[in-house]
Design a protein around this ligand. Structure first.
Ligand SMILES: CC(C)(COP(=O)(O)OP(=O)(O)OC[C@H]1O[C@@H](n2cnc3c(N)ncnc32)[C@H](O)[C@@H]1OP(=O)(O)O)[C@@H](O)C(=O)NCCC(=O)NCCS
Length: 186
């Protein structure tokens, strides 16, 4: 019997995500894709422990500095995230013809004391492989994470981005707020 891949979170939470879609939803896909139907030969799923070998870090390197580190270190981080139940939702799109990860995005669910002990979603590390950009896959990842935020009970979901990416997120029905990102780098 074929062994099931070890996922970061239970993939059941991704099933029928469209049910979370509000009636006044403004996100439209010209290519007809959706989280339940990402397109031919594409699989939308949780990050798996063996994705180190499927180009996951090389894909992230198209977004920012990743650095080179061994598989063991990847697996250690993977297990740390997995142990923090219902917190890290790293989603990937796998091209099943090549076995490579071609897009990814993360939802982090933060627990708060405010608003009646609410949960807030943070979208992080969005990247689509440079060879497959412009096919609505970035939008698909954002839509997945946003519906996942709703399903996991977040009262809102936010993200940081550069000015150049604002139009992309506006297409995904996010809007700018009059706040500033303050940073102290170490
Ligand atoms: C930003 C990124 C994720 C977009 O992914 P993508 O798959 O190419 O985008 P999509 O095809 O899903 O685009 C969705 C919509 O946004 C528009 N769009 C995408 N990028 C845009 C940009 N930079 N400026 C204006 N519009 C943009 C598309 O035209 C499309 O419009 P439509 O729905 O009316 O057809 C991708 O370019 C990428 O990985 N960039 C490098 C990493 C990065 O910057 N990540 C974001 C970090 S905050």
């Amino acid at each position: 019997m074929k062994q099931q891949p070890q996922h970061l979170f239970n993939s059941d939470v991704l099933v029928d995500l469209e049910k979370e879609q509000p009636a006044d939803e403004k996100v439209a896909f010209t290519t007809g894709v959706s989280p339940s139907n990402p397109g031919a030969n594409l699989l939308l799923r949780p990050l798996a422990r063996d994705d180190y070998e499927k180009g996951f870090l090389q894909l992230l390197a198209q977004l920012t500095t990743v650095g080179e580190y061994p598989k063991e270190q990847f697996e250690e981080r993977f297990e740390e995230m997995r142990a923090l139940k219902d917190t890290y939702y790293v989603c990937v799109l796998e091209d099943t013809t090549t076995g490579k990860i071609i897009a990814t995005g993360t939802l982090v669910v933060e627990r708060k004391f405010i608003r009646g002990a609410a949960k807030r979603g943070h979208i992080e590390d969005i990247v689509v492989d440079s060879n497959t950009r412009g096919k609505q896959l970035g939008k698909l990842i954002i839509q997945t994470l946003r519906l996942l935020a709703k399903r996991t009970g977040c009262y809102k979901v936010t993200l940081d981005c550069s000015t150049t990416n604002v139009p992309f997120y506006e297409k995904c029905d996010f809007s700018k707020e009059d706040i500033h990102l303050m940073t102290k780098r170490f």
